[in-house]
Design a protein around this ligand. Structure first.
Ligand code: ATP
Length: 235
């Protein structure tokens, strides 16, 4: 469904990503792993049209997206939960969720999708009228995921969902991500620094180092890989 080939991208004269190739199939959870500054967020930005690739291809269900606008890409069903959540803290939970309905189709299906989101995250329904800034960090992350679901993603991109959250909350969020993939056929691209947690949830993964794909494999293969163990898992 998503196929990235020979992707190069950066900021101005500085190139960050070199010859990145990977793919995500329908209903798969694919992890993009790597440490701080490896280039993971830049990869997300290049897929979602926020950074223009200087070379390579990003195709989604056979359609080339590399030179398309963020809006066009969003309309195709690639929805991201950005790093740091980017919740509107002054607005209520419900108003934040309404922001997830960004086009005619998602607005028409809003009530139905809201019911599904509330079913997945009952806390959000309890707090619907509360300012989003009063939610805990974990609840805000859930709100960010729920808002993305309102956008009816075919591919959901989660950028560092574990950031600043307690381990059990991270588990809850990643469980929801794999459930969505397995039950609803939504593909998930999970960008994570917490490699242990990401590999516990993902089907496959790619390790990014210095803007290049250094390793790829199934979650089991990567967990057993000597380099991954030494460099990232401390074992
Ligand atoms: P993190 O987990 O810290 O977000 P990351 O793997 O997502 O790390 P990126 O955010 O993609 O890494 O950053 C890769 C490199 O690109 C870094 O060296 C960073 O300083 C640089 N970079 C990121 N954003 C910009 C920008 N807007 N302008 C210039 N350089 C940037």
């Amino acid at each position: 469904m998503l196929k990235v080939e020979g992707l190069r991208a950066g900021y101005g004269a500085i190139n960050i990503l070199w010859d990145i190739s990977f793919d995500v199939k329908e209903g798969e959870v694919v992890a993009i792993l790597g440490s701080n500054g490896a280039g993971k967020t830049t990869m997300v930005r290049a897929i979602t049209g926020m950074v223009r690739p200087s070379a390579g291809s990003v195709s989604f269900n056979g359609e080339e997206l590399a030179k398309k606008s963020s809006r066009f890409i969003l309309d195709k069903g690639i929805v991201q939960v950005p790093e740091g959540r980017q919740i509107f803290t002054e607005m209520t939970v419900l108003e934040n969720l309404e922001m997830g309905a960004f086009n005619k189709a998602t607005r028409a299906a809003f009530q139905q999708n809201l019911a599904v989101a509330y079913q997945r995250f009952p806390k959000l329904q309890e707090r619907a009228r509360q300012a989003a800034g009063t939610l805990s960090g974990g609840e805000q992350q859930m709100l960010a995921v729920a808002r993305a679901l309102i956008g009816m993603p075919k591919l959901l991109i989660l950028d560092e969902p574990s950031l600043g959250l307690a381990p059990n909350i991270v588990d809850d969020i990643l469980n929801v991500a794999s459930e969505m993939a397995k039950k609803d056929g939504i593909s998930v691209l999970l960008v994570e620094q917490d490699i242990t947690k990401a590999l516990a949830c993902a089907d496959r993964g790619y390790v990014v180092e210095n803007g290049r794909i250094a390793l790829e494999g199934t979650a089991a293969e990567l967990s057993a890989n000597e380099h991954v163990k030494k460099a990232y898992l401390g074992i």
